[in-house]
Design a protein around this ligand. Structure first.
Ligand code: AMP
Length: 404
């Protein structure tokens, strides 16, 4: 079985083609700067040369056409014909309260994704474009939508409700949705496989620490709380997002800086986080480097970020009533031993003790970085595309679907 997975951003398209029997990635592609005359197209084929070009790619439609055509090119010979593609899985960020799992795409599903554009304008719009483009290019191939929010639909009411009048939840669906669900789900499944323990019996805390960052409390394979909220702005300090702040600050800044609603939204999403604190960069590599050189503001940014992650770990151990393993994933979680060691400092009272040698070892891939005597602290590289492919395969197996 071959499954193509798409991940559409506002001006980017990432695709991976999986052979589900072997789990191999047969091809992957990234198209950046869609809408630009010189968009960057990059394709990598299994055990073959990379292929890059710049081309005028005015739409997601065109980007997909380009990638799909390349898959059957003689020189690449990944597929002999497009008929070899059994399904397409699409990563969709927002599934609202409608989607509690992946869904086979039909008119109602597309309408629902469209309605949710107002909650995730940068993501659901492009995802819908990707779905429509694939329907045109591969008309007989089933399309499956896999939602980032779906994994958090198991949150109990007391975790997803905000303390505002209940009618606002009823009228506007203002509640915690949570994000990065595909990643939290993937690493929790891998953790249970690596530990050789059933997911149903595990209490896990997963830390997805990238440019966007969130922590998730997972009990028996189900998300019971997560740090992002109604939008991906809540929770941890992030690359450019402010995370948790006193809501009164928003009105205060608007008044002081004469900002409109749109301007303050843009400010909180793009100018805050470690970028705003450090005044240097949103990239933790730059911040770590400058902190080592003695930049006070870089040190402050790191301190705030690390404190935030610790704060959530503490809270989640409380609601989980214990912890069996702590998992780090995403760009920073996978690659920064410094940040991991600072987060895990003084957690021995929870039975969590990092092994400095294992933590600083120059290694990639899945690994345990805790001492023998500790509960496992793990690094598990996320693979959101593979999770989408697995969910897509699962949907195809089920003849009756909850959202038809
Ligand atoms: P992601 O959003 O998961 O792609 O993660 C991207 C972020 O991970 C970058 O902006 C960096 O802040 C961080 N990152 C990646 N590699 C490293 C590294 N070696 N050291 C520190 N931070 C890193």
């Amino acid at each position: 079985m071959k499954i193509l997975v798409t991940n559409c951003g506002s001006s980017s398209l990432k695709c991976k083609l999986f052979d589900m029997e072997s789990g191999k990635v047969l091809a992957k592609s990234v198209v950046n700067k869609i809408g630009n005359k010189a968009a960057e197209v990059k394709l990598i084929f299994w055990e073959k040369e990379e292929f890059s070009e710049t081309a005028a790619v005015e739409s997601h439609d065109k980007a997909l056409k380009l990638v799909i055509k390349r898959l059957t090119d003689k020189e690449c010979s990944v597929l002999s014909s497009l008929e070899e593609i059994d399904a397409v899985g699409h990563r969709v960020v927002h599934g609202g309260t409608i989607f509690k799992g992946p869904a086979l795409v039909n008119k109602r599903v597309k309408r629902a994704i469209e309605k949710l554009i107002k909650l995730a304008p940068l993501h659901n719009g492009p995802a819908l474009k990707g779905i429509k483009a694939c329907e045109k290019l591969l008309p007989d191939v089933p399309q499956v939508a896999v939602f980032d929010t779906a994994f958090h639909q198991t949150l109990p009411r007391h975790a997803y409700l905000y303390s505002i009048p209940y009618e606002f939840y009823e009228k506007y669906k203002i509640r915690k949705f949570g994000f990065h669900g595909i990643s939290h789900k993937y690493v929790s499944i891998r953790a249970s496989e690596l530990l050789g323990k059933p997911l149903k019996k595990l209490k896990l805390i997963t830390c997805h620490l990238g440019n966007g960052a969130s922590v998730c409390a997972i009990k028996g394979g189900k998300s019971i709380d997560t740090s992002m909220g109604f939008t991906p702005l809540e929770g941890l300090t992030m690359g450019t997002r402010c995370g948790d702040i006193d809501p009164a600050i928003v009105a205060f800044i608007m008044e002081k800086e004469q900002m409109t609603v749109d301007e303050v939204g843009d400010f909180l999403n793009r100018k805050c986080g470690v970028l705003g604190l450090s005044g240097i960069s949103n990239d933790f590599r730059d911040i770590e480097r400058e902190a080592f050189k003695g930049s006070k503001r870089a040190v402050i940014a790191l301190e705030v970020f690390i404190y935030d992650v610790k704060r959530y770990i503490g809270a989640y151990v409380g609601i989980l009533n214990g912890i069996d393993a702590l998992i780090f994933t995403a760009g920073l979680g996978e690659n920064s031993p410094l940040v991991r060691s600072q987060i895990c400092k003084n957690l021995s009272y929870l039975g969590l003790e990092i092994d400095p040698h294992k933590n600083f070892e120059l290694r990639e891939g899945e690994r345990i970085i805790s001492k023998e005597s500790s509960k496992p602290i793990m690094v598990i590289p996320t693979d959101e595309e593979y999770m989408v492919a697995l969910d897509t395969k699962q949907v195809l197996k089920q003849p009756v679907r909850s959202f038809a």
